[in-house]
Design a protein around this ligand. Structure first.
Ligand SMILES: [Zn+2]
Length: 487
């Protein structure tokens, strides 16, 4: 009988909370483009005699993130000193709430590998401070082989929330869905920008494997993943590695392992766990949160993506895909809802935001809030499509011009789109889009196979139909001729 192996996985996610200053001092959190060690003070450098003062907005953001993950908030919690010695931590201990957290017993829903809904329980969300960053003199930035190392304490004291799941995750794919959903909800709440490229979200995974013959390997804690892809690969690697050991009759030992992204392997970190010593932080009083403050924070929490998508489907008749895309980020969801509130048909607005608006936003790498076309103007444009004054193709041309800052009237003039008729400019835009949609027909005409002119007639028909009878056949024919020459 062949053995089967069931992975048992717990995920720890570190996110950087969005605040103006660090967790225990007044140093700023935004040091992008600033030199190393330019955002430091005696507190975040851990100088003797300096005293930490808890930043109220860190507590606020931590609660917000906890509530977004369906946790409850604990009224009284404490901070501890977690002692360890390493150059990235000058005072020799990290201040953390550890297992007496501000938020506990939450959950998230994901799909298991069979597609069924499954709850991943969240043990806790606790607050802690980040440590400094080491730069080693090697080309790959790794410690091995480095002759010199530098420490940058700008990151030291940034506010972190560590979110610890129960071991409910059963595969690398589930892990990725879990962290994707977690990230989306936290971003919605406004507690963190969770920008992966800026290191605002990092992962550790506790992986163990249960064998069908009853043996259960000890867990390994894999560290150093900072992208979804790295998390997925590291877990896959670890499952394979542990299954093979068990299949060969060996024993998996409990250890901390380091994910090497370049090599695609995990390696044992030969570090003894001597540092997990906690004492209560004597310089900080217990953290007491009033129920009034919790209620106030809960009221600030926006409607979450899953609930929002369900509402779009149910109340507005949107497809599941459209609803999912529109609710992926809260600014897009708000832009869409404002367009509908301005009178647009929800399905048409959903379709436009999903295609035209997002295409432009993604291409220009901007936020939808920075678009020159505000929801009310988009609604106005769509109303003209709805009433038949503009065809969809004309409206797309007009929209392009509006994106450059033109008003709807000026954009209509510029494209030559005559409402209720087709101007020369708009006709050309229309012809080009139809040619682009029918490359095989264009090819036949250009290669001279269309001796009887049937294919040209076919394109002409498409144009007349799209122009809703507002274009003259001979104008359409000459526009096709002109556009084909341009090809
Ligand atoms: Zn400081």
């Amino acid at each position: 009988m062949s053995l089967t192996f069931t992975p048992v996985i717990g995920i720890e996610v570190h996110i950087q909370l969005k605040t103006k200053s660090k967790v225990f001092c007044k140093c700023g959190t935004d040091y992008t483009n600033d030199p190393p060690n330019s955002h430091v003070c005696p507190v975040c450098m851990g100088l003797p005699g300096s005293l930490p003062v808890l930043n109220r907005s860190v507590v606020q953001q931590g609660m917000l993130a906890g509530l977004a993950l369906n946790c409850h908030i604990l009224p009284t919690t404490f901070f501890f000193r977690k002692s360890y010695y390493y150059p990235d931590l000058p005072k020799g201990f990290q201040i953390t709430q550890s297992d007496l957290p501000i938020a506990a017993e939450g959950w998230l829903e994901i799909h298991d590998d069979a597609g069924k809904l499954k709850k991943i329980r969240i043990n806790r969300l606790h607050l802690e401070e980040d440590v400094g960053k080491l730069h080693h003199s090697t080309t790959d930035g790794r410690l091995e082989g480095a002759s010199t190392s530098f420490v940058d304490y700008n990151r030291s004291g940034l506010p972190l929330a560590e979110i610890v799941s129960e071991p409910d995750v059963s595969s690398a794919r589930e892990a990725v869905e879990y962290v994707t959903s977690l990230r989306r909800r936290v971003r919605y709440s406004g507690a963190s920008d969770v920008d992966l490229e800026k290191g605002m979200m990092r992962f550790d995974a506790n992986v163990s494997v249960k064998c069908s013959d009853g043996r259960w390997g000890k867990r390994s804690e894999v560290k150093n993943m900072n992208s979804f892809r790295a998390l997925e690969r590291a877990i896959e690697y670890e499952i394979k590695r542990q299954s093979k050991i068990l299949a060969d009759g060996g024993e998996v030992s409990q250890e901390t392992r380091h994910w090497n992204d370049a090599k695609g392997v995990t390696t044992g970190m030969r570090v003894k766990e001597f540092y997990r010593k906690f004492i209560v932080e004597p310089d900080l009083p217990p953290l007491v949160v009033s129920s009034h403050w919790v209620d106030e924070t809960r009221a600030r929490l926006p409607e979450m993506p899953i609930e929002r998508a369900a509402r779009y489907e149910k109340d507005m008749g949107l497809s599941e895909t459209d609803a999912a895309v529109l609710t992926d980020s809260i600014d897009v969801a708000r832009y869409f809802e404002d367009t509908v509130k301005s009178g647009a048909n929800p399905q048409r607005a959903g379709n436009w935001v999903r295609t035209e608006v997002l295409r432009f936003v993604n291409e220009k790498q901007i936020s939808v809030d920075d678009l020159t076309v505000k929801p009310a103007s988009l609604a106005e444009l769509l109303a003209r499509v709805e009433s038949g004054k503009l065809s969809t193709t004309q409206a797309k041309g007009v929209f392009e011009e509006m994106l450059t800052g033109l008003s709807i009237e000026d954009a209509i003039k510029k494209t030559g789109a005559v409402e209720g008729g087709v101007g020369a400019g708009a006709l050309l835009v229309l012809v080009k889009s139809i040619l682009a949609a029918n490359p095989d027909v264009v090819e036949e005409i250009k290669s001279g196979k269309d001796t009887k002119g049937k294919k040209v007639k076919f394109l002409q028909g498409l144009i007349m139909r799209e122009a809703k009878g507002q274009a003259k056949p001979d104008e359409a024919a000459s526009a096709i001729e002109a556009a084909l020459k341009d090809e």
